[in-house]
Design a protein around this ligand. Sequence first.
Ligand SMILES: Nc1nc2c(ncn2[C@@H]2O[C@H](COP(=O)(O)OP(=O)(O)OP(=O)(O)O)[C@@H](O)[C@H]2O)c(=O)[nH]1
Ligand SMILES: [Mg+2]
Length: 459
Amino acid sequence: MFDTIVSPATALYPSAIGIVRISGSKTKDILTKITRKQNFSPRFAHLVRVYDEDGTQLDESIAIFYPEPSSYTGEDMAEIFLHGNPVIINHVVSLCIKNGARMAQEGEFTKRAFLNGKLSLEKAESVLSIVNSSTLAGVKASFKVLKGEFSRVIEDIRTGIIDVLSDIEASVDFPEDVDPDIPKEKIENNIRYNLEKVEKIYSSWKGAKVMLDGAVCVVIGKPNAGKSSLFNILVGESRAIISPFPGTTRDYIDARIDIGGVLIKLIDTAGVRETPDPIEKEGIKRAIELAKKSDIILCVFDSSSEFDQDDKKSVEVSFLSDAQLIIFVVNKSDKGDVLKYREILENIIQSSDVKHKEIEIVNTSCIEGKDINKVREIMKNFVMRGENTDFFALSSRQIGIILSVIENLRSSLEFISNSDYIGSVLKLREALTSLDDIIGQGSSQKVIDDIFKKFCIGK
Ligand SMILES: Nc1nc2c(ncn2[C@@H]2O[C@H](COP(=O)(O)OP(=O)(O)OP(=O)(O)O)[C@@H](O)[C@H]2O)c(=O)[nH]1
Ligand SMILES: [Mg+2]
């Protein structure tokens, strides 16, 4: 049992209606004291007078009483719809406090809803993002979480993982009781199937996030490829220093650009190469760190040079990054052999196992300003795609958990492929615990139940 809390539920500036919310066991008592009305029908809009301490009438309002457990918080609750003057609202709140309530802390009504089992954790978080979203797409994506669509998907993945666990755990612990040939391939496929579902949650959120918050685009590539030249053209002014000497850019430089209404934070970085120079080394380290956390990578190549180790390293950095869009910009088309570079890059893409990323190749000439618009167009389309994406608006806590589940499932796949069943089980269990954290559940009793379901009757 908690104490009774009260607070304004609407913003404190003059408006048509201002709402005061009360929750807790003293709710009805307080309501009666300030309105002098004894009986409230559940969830009925009563027209009431509100009285001040000295008995004078303060306002006429609508009061609704929600008896527990059928209320937002799960406790006795009331909402009083007053005239929207902050003076009235604040005074009514203080009357409630004088009659036994205390001022609610931030988010305390929703917190109680969670603690009283009315909302799971992820739904409680969605209430916050519904209120805070700055776009309609964000509101709709948050509402989907509140409606329970997200928890249904999570539950689905959870059940899928439990099934895999049952298969593996049963055959490891009790080999004589279980059909011995649950093929390794089947287990692998089942893990992969669930992994893809979790990855889809992440990639669709990420795709939509760039539309909601703007995208971070990092320009990388070996020294002298033309990164700063490209950066300056996209920014529309000569921000970064350009020179024919490799290793010109050392620190990173950023600028906000607007491509047809799409906001992008563009970052120019130091050229990637092996160097003994500690300052340049530090610049390259930063470039790689920035690239890792980006949404878009522009990986620039000098087509008039030979494809070398530094180019290879830049491609590697692109593939290992979070970026969902990689544009291989084959620059210096005015003087280089772009076809040769293109062929090498196409082969690398073909033989790589990078999935879920969009990879494009564009030939450009920064000197002639050629085909830079293609780069702009691809970036814009990538960001705008989020507009129609079916995604859940998730909190950073939830995304953190989703990422750890992805990690766990990937490692469990790796263990299985090395026939390390115990290692795989441990990782799957970690994934389950994390999934439970999303909705705030904590038990893995279901795993045990599922294992015994597979035993022969009578054993
Ligand atoms: N011919 C030709 N030269 C180019 C092109 N783009 C850039 N350059 C030249 O290539 C040299 C290097 O350009 P930058 O933009 O400084 O290259 P960077 O990749 O930023 O180099 P670092 O900062 O040293 O890593 C400069 O002399 C540019 O003028 C191009 O498309 N064609
Ligand atoms: Mg540069």
